[in-house]
Design a protein around this ligand. Sequence first.
Ligand code: AHM
Ligand code: MG
Length: 305
Amino acid sequence: MQFFNHFLREKGVKNDLRSLLYHIARSIKYINFSLRAGNTAKLDSSNASGEEQMKLDVLSDKIISNELEKSELAAVIASEEQETPLKFSAPRGQYAVTYDPLDGSSLVDANLAIGSIFGIWDTTDLIGTTGRKNLIAACYGVYGPRVIFVIAVKGKGVHEFELNDVGEFCLTHENRTVALESKYFAPGNLRCTRSDDKYLALVQDWIRQGRTLRYSGGMVPDLHHILSKGQGIFSYPRDEKYPDGKLRLLFECDPFSLIFEEAGGASLNQEGTPILDMKVEEIHQRVPIFVGSKTEVERAIEKIK
Ligand code: AHM
Ligand code: MG
């Protein structure tokens, strides 16, 4: 049985990056514990002992920021839950970590799978950079019937680990890959088809071609489905409500773009630019995204551009 830390050492991942991933893995375990303890996202009241209980997304944010501070490796952290980035003194490193502490938290009360997403940058100046230049690793945790931790370190592939009964992440899949073509589709923001005929035609094509719909409304489980099956396309285009798309560049799209490119897939914005090549202009920047099997993603962009 291979534990993630040993496995990453064998892969030649630097000590400080492994240590940062170790702290992220700990935060995933604590968030999972809070979820299983029944602290649903709707809860924002007093518990039986009269203590204030936090909403799960706020609690997850705190768990992660505490762990990252403890690591002494993250000098800057930026969270989807925080207006502005936080600076720490980081005697052992100069990384920035961007994260969505609990993506899809509105699905918690329905007991659907949700997740946490992380990007690790080798710069503390996020504004003006691109994922291509400074994003060196990305990972996510999926809280479903099982707890899964997927890590991509640039140039070292995408690897999957599962939490065992004694709280260790064990290797289950080495070098996940995504095929060029796919039978699965996960079309986000179908509201957009009311005003965008091209997106309507694209989705109708997928339906007519007899493809299989796999869409839960949670980006993490929806993209994890694609990675597990080794094929699929996920889309979240812009519309009137979300003129720049809904999903965030730093917290969701850049990390998943690194993971999918590492696995041989593609991740493009609505103009066909790789998300990793997009300049970071603001911390909460949003971007329309088409991600998954490379040929499918390129074909989709040709049809809706
Ligand atoms: P969140 O970060 O507020 O949880 O929103 C992100 C989620 C994604 O998980 C999912 O793909 C998307 O929102 C679904 O959006 P919609 O509610 O428009 O269907
Ligand atoms: Mg989110």
